[in-house]
Design a protein around this ligand. Structure first.
Ligand SMILES: [Zn+2]
Length: 210
């Protein structure tokens, strides 16, 4: 039975987690769940059609529950047009296989939402991982139907404007347990860590299994 509390980690041996890997490293283990994609920090201009074929193969695998992490990052050196083109290819694939997308967003909220709209793929659900932006950005993303995944560091005001049914939690690559993340989120929302973990797991289930 699929059970995911930690919505985004790069730890290949993590349990109760959605493990984010590049297609080249995808090696599915028993009772583990994955998202597969090309991270915007990778040398995207070197990706070939073969690399995208491999991504498509991974995307269809039953243990791959989401596409990504992909996205756009205005602070990274990769050309923004190339980032956009690669991001849109992930969206198209997600639409084809009917899975949501784990999105890396650094100062690129409008870019991401515009690319999705221009591609005619507004039905593809985005989960914005490692959300640290301010409450206005959070509201924009929530209004666009996105889920918001909160890691060890976050803006409390953004958390406060996030509806409980859109909330996910994650460790990403931080040396922090998901229990600690749940405790930090819980203290802002005046809930218990157990309630946060239960809520996040329920949201992940609804988002990933449809
Ligand atoms: Zn990550």
């Amino acid at each position: 039975m699929m059970h995911i509390i930690d919505f985004h980690t790069h730890q290949l041996d993590a349990t109760d987690a959605l493990i984010s890997v590049s297609p080249q490293l995808f090696d599915p283990q028993h009772n583990r769940w994955y998202s597969v994609g090309y991270h915007p920090w990778q040398p995207l201009n070197k990706l070939t059609e073969k690399d995208f074929d491999l991504l498509a193969q991974c995307a269809a695998h039953p243990q791959v529950l989401a596409i990504g992490e992909t996205g756009m990052d205005r602070l990274c050196e990769n050309d923004l047009d190339i980032q956009a083109a690669v991001f849109v290819r992930h969206l198209r694939l997600a639409s084809t296989v009917g899975k949501p997308v784990v999105v890396h967003n650094v100062r690129a909220t409008q870019d991401i939402l515009t690319e999705r709209r221009k591609a005619g793929l507004t039905d593809v659900v985005l989960a914005i991982h490692g959300m640290r932006a301010n409450a206005n950005v959070a509201r924009t993303l929530i209004d666009a139907g996105c889920y918001v995944s909160i890691g060890p560091r976050f803006n409390p005001e953004s958390l406060l404007v996030t509806p409980l049914d859109r909330l996910l939690i994650e460790t990403d690559d931080a040396p922090v347990s998901i229990d600690e993340v749940a405790a930090r989120v819980a203290s802002v929302l005046h809930l218990t860590p157990e309630e946060i973990k239960k809520t996040a797991a329920g949201n992940a289930q609804r988002l990933l299994i449809r």
